[in-house]
Design a protein around this ligand. Sequence first.
Ligand SMILES: [Zn+2]
Length: 275
Amino acid sequence: MPELPELEALRIRLGPRLEGRLITAATVNPKKGHMLRYPVENFANELPARRIVSLTRRGKHLVFATELGGGGSGRWLVINPMLGGRFQMADGAAPVPATEVFTIRVEGRQELRYLDFRDMGRIYWVGDLDREVPGWAELGPEADSVPAMGIDAFRKRLRRFRDELKDLLRNQEFLAGIGNAYSDEILFEARLLPLRRRASLKPAEEEALFAAIPLVLSRAVEAILANPNYEESKQDRSFMSVHMKGGKTCPRCGHRISQLGSNREPLNFCRGCQL
Ligand SMILES: [Zn+2]
């Protein structure tokens, strides 16, 4: 499931290729029309002739701001890829994968394709983000804005929640953008066990969490962008320390990495060096 670093890398890579471009056509795969949260006809009818003003990210959503000529009538295409959503930029002549949900063609014969191999992604086409995208108005600050927030505001925010640390980090109302994979990595970096209760944290442990969140996220964005074989539609997480590494050796202490939960959505941590 793409989280903040994957979507941030996408935004960095795709933004310059899409921003300012006019949409010339939009099509929906008839087999996947049920995934759109609004009538399929609207998609094909309403996107063309609009310009993509900006590509941004909010939490685990990619947000395409569009407007009609003359600057009026802003509408947003919002995509939360969930477990199996991926994006692909392709030349219009390149074969379309079977997992394609929709395709947006822009000036210059480039196509942005949204692919989904689990059909769980959420796609919204809205005029009011707060009112029309479920959960939008409740999203917390961006997880990578923690340094700007400062330690005091972070502590205050932290103390409003009672969850176990793993659930806390995945709670989009606490911070937006972190999911199952990066919560494992952040807790490993902070040397904290995932099932610890937030209330059990000592001040130094709160500081460790404060430092680990932006560090893990920014390192991941760098690792993703540095991959010479980077492809928008692929997800490479081989740089991770513990997530999906159950049974392997901890890179920090040599202990065996633990796993709880399913293979598809595992919870990984090290009992040797996380407290
Ligand atoms: Zn360890």
